[in-house]
Design a protein around this ligand. Sequence first.
Ligand SMILES: Nc1ncnc2c1ncn2[C@@H]1O[C@H](COP(=O)(O)OP(=O)(O)O)[C@@H](O)[C@H]1O
Ligand SMILES: [Mg+2]
Length: 280
Amino acid sequence: MNTAIRSQREVIRGMLADLKMPGALEAVDGILGDIDGGRLAGTEAITRLLSAQITLRNNRRLQTAMRSSRLPAIKTLESFDFSFQPSIKREQIESLHELGFIERKENVVLLGPPGVGKTHLAISLAIAAAQRGRRVYYGTLIDLITSLEEAQAAGQLNRRLSVLTHPSVLVVDEIGYLPINHTGAVLFFQLMNRRYERGSTVMTSNKGFEEWGEVLGDDVMAAALIDRVLHHCHLVNIRGNSYRMRQHTDLYRALQSDVENPAEAVRPPRQSKSRIGNRG
Ligand SMILES: Nc1ncnc2c1ncn2[C@@H]1O[C@H](COP(=O)(O)OP(=O)(O)O)[C@@H](O)[C@H]1O
Ligand SMILES: [Mg+2]
């Protein structure tokens, strides 16, 4: 390599360091090598350089978000197996992951029986948002209510409500698994009232809306809550088998091939398909 090219490379490296682009800095030698070897053309080289930086930045954002958002796991759209859950409209889920709903401060409600991927998809939306630099926060309904009750007892309710109103995406997971008392329901209503048209809330429930009155212990408040939630809302209604049970389904299938009359002899467990929010 001649001296002019070498010093030119040093200049590029110096610029990337100056611009604080460590991802691009790490990738630049390989990219320049591929250009010199005739394996990479201009546009593609720039794309690869910038992608390296964006990937690093997104990973860093995700690491920060994982510390502050209380997300319980890393679940992504890429790791979601749509073929397992044919009732889900793939285009709807992919379009939600483009995150326009956050700009428009719309909500997402994922309904369906246990194990069908509600939490997975709620988390993957939050992760996509975190990677784009949005503030996200995760809690089960019970966790969120407990934190509001504690804040209220400490005379800090307003502050806590503000903190929970701040994130662009709040995940409220597991609405309906555990009963909540009247105080809890009022606090949740207050929170949702504050977030209404200010930020997106992604909710999951194993109960259809018609049962939310029972969940909140108050039909009138549930109706008012649902009215706000549904005003700007994307509904994802999942009907299908539990992913957690898929090993058992495989086992059933394996057994089936050994049985002479498989269709009648052994059947994988099936969820009812009749209505939203089947009881878990
Ligand atoms: N279609 C799917 N593809 C890949 N993993 C899935 C799928 N559905 C569920 N899972 C996984 O199965 C487990 C249970 O799913 P989860 O989202 O917690 O269900 P739910 O919240 O509906 O009860 C999780 O580990 C999740 O990542
Ligand atoms: Mg769940």
